[in-house]
Write a new protein. Sequence first.
Length: 230
Amino acid sequence: MSMKPGDPHYRAYVGDPANYDLIAATVFNLLTTLGLRDHHRVLDVGCGSLRNGRLLIPYLATSSYVGIEPNRWLVEEGIAKEMGQDLVELKKARFSYRTDCAELGQDDRFDFVLLQSIFSHCGEDLVRHWLRELTPHLADDGAIIATWVSGPENSGETGWLYPGLVRFTEDTFKGLVDEAGLTLKPLAWPHPIQKWAMLTRAQAKLDWVEETGLSFNRAFQKMRKPRPSH
C-alpha cells in the first residue's frame, strides 16, 4: 500500500513512512552522541506513534521518558504495533495528550527535550509558545534538540501547518531562540530535509559539541567517566 506523509496511518501521519525507521535511528544516534545515558530524562514533544520513543523507552531507566502528543490515537497505535503495553508499564513511560506542558510537574526537569519535525510545522507564534513552555523544564545542563527548516524568507504562517512546512531565515529562528534566553548551536547531523539545532543555556552542552565534533567515538571517551550520583 502506497502512503504519503499525513495519511491517516500511524507510520505515515508523522512523516514520510519510507523514513520511519531512518529518522528513529538518526535521532537515537544523535542523542547518544550528545551524551545521552540511561539515567537521563527525556521529554519527547510531538512523540506521535513513538517512532523515537520505541528506541528511547527501552534504553532509558524507569520513569525517565515523557511524551507529549495531542493525537492520542497515534500513541495508542504506536504502543500496540511497535512496543507493547507491558514495556510501557515496565518503564513507567508517561504521556500527555495536550499542546502544552500543563500536566508536567513543577519540578519536572529534563536533560534532553526532543522536537523532531515540530518547529518545521509551527508559525512564529507556536515556536514562541513551545519555547516558553519548555524552557522552565530544562535541567540546569539540559538542552532542546530540534529540527527546523531554513529558507531565504520567512513563510509568515501562524499556528500549526501540517503536512506543509514552515520556513524561517537563520536570523529569525536565532532571534526566537534568543528571546527565550537560550543559545542556538547548529548541529551538523543528517536529516532528509531539515536542519538540527541545540538550544541550551548550559555552557557544558556547547562545550560538548565543540569537543566531540559530533563524533560518537569522541563522545564515548567523554562518557567513560563515573556517572553522577543522584
